[in-house]
Design a protein around this ligand. Structure first.
Ligand code: ADP
Length: 430
């Protein structure tokens, strides 16, 4: 090469050739440099494959950048997923530093505790959640048990459960859950157990009383008539307990099972059977009127619907004095609903009691209900059945005038719409 250049450089053409070589060399060198500079201004774009000797520097840097970029993307994705999951938590979640300063909180924390992430970031949590007992709980350091309190949250008085967890040297996770419903359920369960115990204990006490009397008295002290009377009363009390247990089982089955398939029910037939029961309970003391659309049928569960209509009819008998009238109707109203209703001219129910009579064991007049063999669960069972059939229980009553209990089935539960005029049966029984 050197000899070649020496040879060329000896003449005029040699100088020109040498100049050309340098010019080309300079041009290429500058081009590689410009392309490298261009890439350096946008390092995320792939470098040109024509970087010459600069490629030895650019390629490893570009590879490293891509690797780090992918790592960053994965990290971003992970942190986005973790934050989304924390936002979706069914609890207020707040991360705090060791001195209880807010680092981050989710949307529910903002809603439940009135925090604002943007404004409250860095503030001490105890300045914002102002509960002296919670401050003591947090300072005490024993966080193995939750801290439960009642306070106003999101515009309502609620029962809140707080938990603190040290998740790292520097970080504390604070969780707050609304347990108002759970508390209510617990109270309802406790009331229910207390009610059941009370209901069962009453007949049991009477039963044991008679048994002890019979045991303690010498046989000759009790006449056969008296013994017979005691036995009848004991039998009544045992029957009462059995009725309560049977109703409790029915209620529990209704609460714990899904509504099952059902079938076509021509209610006229079920009303007739329930009517026979109501008649025998009435012992001829009431006048019955039946206004029944015999063709009107619905889709429903037979045993459940039978139980509901029979409960409403027997209640009408039990809470209507002698000579009262009980009117049972089954018809389609002008909105297309199928309506079963029982109207009586009985005692009626005071306005304030109406919303409560479907509660378990709620009675307007305890002694009357017990005396007439009521368990206090009939309407609770009826309401469950009605809800399971997407129907509505409507109670209309006026004290000393009478009551009307109606089950309103929606139009879509009616089947086999009669295409001939529906026939009405009007029956009056004394
Ligand atoms: P019970 O076994 O006590 O009858 P229910 O759940 O069937 O239990 O009824 C709850 C209460 O509703 C009854 O104790 C009674 O006070 C009131 N009640 C139900 N039906 C009637 C009615 N037709 N007339 C007046 N009060 C009624």
């Amino acid at each position: 090469m050197c000899i070649g250049i020496q040879y060329l450089a000896q003449g005029y053409w040699g100088i020109v050739a040498l100049g050309l070589i340098f010019a080309v060399y300079y041009f290429l060198e500058d081009r590689h440099f410009q392309l490298t500079v261009k890439w350096a201004r946008d390092v995320e774009s792939p470098p040109s494959p024509d970087l010459g000797k600069y490629d030895d520097i650019v390629s490893p840097i570009y590879k490293l950048l891509r690797f780090r970029g992918n790592e960053l993307k994965a990290l971003k994705h992970l942190s986005h997923s973790v934050l989304s999951a924390a936002q979706a938590l069914p609890a207020a979640a707040i991360t705090l530093d060791r001195s209880f300063h807010i680092e981050w909180c989710n949307g529910l924390a903002e809603k439940m505790l009135g925090l604002s992430y943007e404004q409250d970031k860095g503030y001490n949590i105890f300045n914002l959640v102002r509960l002296p007992e919670f401050f003591e709980y947090a300072q005490n350091g024993d966080w193995s048990h939750s801290f439960v309190t009642h306070m106003e949250s999101d515009g309502q008085f609620r029962c809140l459960k707080f938990d603190l967890n040290q998740y790292s040297e520097e970080g504390i996770l604070m969780l707050c859950q609304d347990i108002t419903q759970l508390e209510k359920l617990r109270t309802t369960q406790q009331d229910f157990v207390a009610n059941v115990s009370h209901e069962i204990r009453t007949p049991l006490t009477v039963l044991i009383g008679f048994l002890e009397t019979l045991q303690d008295l010498p046989p000759e002290a009790v006449s056969p008539e008296q013994r017979k009377q005691y036995e009848t009363l004991m039998h009544e009390q045992a029957q009462r307990m059995l009725a309560i247990v049977a109703d409790l089982l029915t209620l529990s089955t209704l609460e714990s099972t899904q509504a099952s398939g059902g079938q076509k029910l021509v209610l006229a037939q079920l009303i007739e059977s329930a009517g026979q029961l109501a008649h025998s309970l009435s012992k001829g003391k009431h006048k019955f009127i039946f206004e029944i659309d015999e063709k009107l049928a619905i889709h429903g569960q037979q045993t459940e619907i039978s139980s509901a209509i029979s409960n409403l009819m027997t209640n009408a008998v039990r809470y209507t004095p002698t000579d009262g009238t009980i009117t049972v109707s089954w018809y389609k109203d002008n909105k297309g609903n199928a309506v079963f209703s029982v109207n009586d001219t009985g005692l009626g129910i005071a306005k304030q009691d109406i919303p409560r009579i479907t509660e378990r064991f709620y009675r307007v007049d305890k002694s009357r209900s017990r005396a007439s063999g009521g368990t206090g669960l009939g309407l609770a069972i009826t309401k469950h059945i009605v809800i399971r059939h997407n129907a509505k229980l409507v109670i209309d009553s006026e004290i000393n005038k009478g009551s009307t209990f109606s089950i309103i089935f929606p139009p879509d539960s009616i089947i086999n719409e009669p295409n001939i005029r529906s026939s009405k049966k009007l029956a009056v029984h004394a």
